[in-house]
Design a protein around this ligand. Structure first.
Ligand code: MG
Length: 310
């Protein structure tokens, strides 16, 4: 069942300009993670990944950033998630060459070229189970930043946003968890201890494989061996939400305030590198002091004007 669009948020955690600048900071962090992360699918750059050298710019971002721009544009225009506006924006700005998964590629093309209904298409994916891919989670950190200090509303709006493309429970919960983490990280009064952050996220998301994975991630916060953590939690090799979100939250929680280390730690385990780094970058950059190095931002393809970023 598709939840109805939410009523206007009961609480107002800050003026629009403050929300917009936090969400923009998160979107930039997401875009840098996505764009730089995707460079490491190029075999010539493998050595640079291990040595921590930067591949030559400019770095183009992929579907993660393109969809996140739609999330921000809808928040700017509507003050909350409007599902029809979001699906329309996804379809209007869909660029086939940005690395979308085949199911979403087809769906967005049908919406734009044939006026198909997102409700039917998203519900019909994968024999009616809906997609459990990590696509709803990869684009949502800026929404969490928009709702800094109101993680309940962030979680609720993330749930609504997920249904436009990803209706399987795990994909929806994955988006909720990332939004919750970003809302908590963006709140100056929020938890700054990794264990407290993941604990707060767990209280906000329903029982699911994603929830179980985040519980396991919390138990592994003191592990120094990242490869083991990724082997246990998964790192997006199957591009499912439950194979992606727990490790991304582990990496983000462990590196709050240190974008650079968060990026390299996340990128080096492999898997769905651009999406993992987009999620981690979006959460880390939501917090004051968590912005990417200036050079990295400069070498990343600029955000499109239609995103409405600050
Ligand atoms: Mg991508």
């Amino acid at each position: 069942m598709i939840p109805e669009p939410a009523p206007e948020p009961a609480s107002e955690p800050g003026p629009v300009s403050a929300r917009l600048s936090r969400a923009t900071a998160s979107l930039r962090g997401l875009a840098v993670g996505d764009a730089l992360g995707s460079q490491f699918f190029v075999p010539a750059n493998y050595a640079a990944l291990q040595s921590g050298d930067l591949p030559p710019g400019p770095w183009a971002w992929t579907d993660d950033t393109e969809m996140a721009c739609s999330v921000l544009a809808v928040l700017v225009a509507h003050g909350r998630i409007d599902q029809d506006a979001l699906a329309r924006s996804f379809a209007e700005h869909h660029d086939f060459d940005r690395g979308y998964g085949p199911a979403v590629n087809r769906m967005l093309r049908l919406i734009r070229q044939e006026g198909a209904d997102w409700r039917e298409l998203a519900a019909g994916l994968f024999n009616g189970q809906g997609s459990w891919g990590n696509g709803a989670a990869m684009r949502i950190a800026p929404l969490g930043a928009w709702y800094a200090g109101d993680p309940e509303q962030a979680t609720h709006q993330a749930e609504i946003s997920a249904y436009t493309t990803h209706q399987h429970r795990e994909a929806v919960v994955g988006a909720m968890a990332v939004a919750a983490a970003a809302a908590l990280a963006a709140d100056p009064a929020g938890p700054d201890d990794p264990d407290a952050l993941l604990g707060a996220v767990l209280e906000l998301v329903p029982r699911s494989a994603v929830h179980a994975g985040i519980r396991r991630a919390r138990d592994m916060l003191d592990y120094a061996d990242v490869a083991t953590v990724a082997a246990v939690l998964g790192c997006g090799r199957r591009t499912s939400a439950h194979d992606t979100v727990p490790f991304a939250l582990w990496a983000a929680a462990r590196h709050l305030g240190d974008y650079e280390r968060a990026f390299w730690t996340t990128a080096r385990v492999g898997g769905d590198v651009d999406t993992n780094c987009a999620i981690v970058g979006g959460i880390i950059a939501a917090r004051t002091g968590g912005e990417p190095p200036a050079t990295w931002t400069r070498w990343t393809e600029p955000l499109p004007e239609w995103a409405g970023s600050a």
